[in-house]
Design a binder for this molecule. Structure first.
Ligand code: KIV
Length: 270
């Protein structure tokens, strides 16, 4: 969506309309009230309170250690600080895989915290959970391809859906759509396969490492902004915020040590 035709709140029908009009959708992760309003002001359609918050903000080496409490706190911060983007919250590892009841309980907590939809990883095996959430009024986004919560089963971050694996991905995408998912993240999937799935599905696909022909794109905000030294190859760094921040902090440290901060403008004598 462009800044001229932005709705007051992005809703599911806006996403569906964007697919029909072939307007690319934009999604970035957000985890707090400092960054979320900046991304909103940039015009992003959806904010994903992803479980990548474990790696990005909590210093974990994977998403597996993220809890529902962690997610709930982050969703609340993003919801309190924004008013337009659709907020999608990840169901964290261990909080939904045992079945529909567990999924509903976790999703209800995140919806109460301010999410407008939840995202869960997995294919056909998630159909019962998705059906229950959708029946309970909770919009669900699917996530297939490379699913970080299954990193050990999948042998680490690698392209999924090559060769005969592609058939399973097709089956998963169709099953999620039929179960009522309003959109599907395709992560680290060959671009040709992502393009064909996107064309076949009625609901929007959101790609990450899945080429340009998905209905939209998602990135982890700190990767997009160049906050860290390393970024995955499917990321484009749209800024170098990490280096800028370091320069600003180094100037501050130098100014304090030299006695030039605080300066006359920064304090009152009486
Ligand atoms: O948690 C996350 O950031 C995600 C995206 C990578 C899609 O799930």
């Amino acid at each position: 969506m462009t800044s001229t035709d932005q709705p007051r709140r992005v809703r599911l029908h806006h996403l569906q309309q964007a697919k029909e009009d072939r307007r690319p959708l934009t999604m970035l992760t957000a985890y707090d009230a400092l960054i979320a309003p900046i991304l909103e002001a940039a015009g992003v359609d959806m904010l994903l309170v992803g479980d990548s918050l474990g790696n990005v903000t909590l210093g974990f080496d994977s998403t597996l250690k993220v809890t529902v409490d962690d997610m709930e706190r982050a969703v609340g911060a993003v919801a309190r600080s924004t008013s337009r983007p659709l907020i999608v919250a990840d169901l964290p590892f261990g909080s939904y895989e045992t079945g529909p009841q567990a999924a509903f309980q976790t999703a209800a907590r995140l919806m109460r915290a301010g999410a407008h939809a939840v995202k869960l990883e997995g294919g056909t095996e998630r159909v019962p959970a998705i059906e229950m959430l959708v029946a309970g009024g909770i919009p669900v986004m699917g996530h297939i391809g490379y699913t970080p919560q299954s990193e050990h089963a999948l042998g680490g971050p690698r392209l999924q859906g090559r060769g005969s694996e592609g058939e399973r991905l097709w089956a998963d995408a169709l099953a999620l759509q039929d179960a009522g998912a309003f959109g599907i993240v395709l992560e680290m999937v060959p671009a040709q396969l992502a393009k064909e799935i996107t064309k076949a599905l009625k609901v929007p696909t959101i790609g990450i490492g899945a080429g340009p022909r998905c209905d939209g794109q998602v990135l982890v905000w700190s990767d997009m902004a160049g906050m860290t030294e390393w970024t995955p190859s499917f990321v484009r760094r749209f800024g170098e915020l990490g280096a800028q921040l370091q320069r600003a902090a180094a100037e501050y440290v130098g100014a304090v040590r030299q006695g030039s901060f605080p300066g006359p403008d920064n304090y009152r004598v009486e």
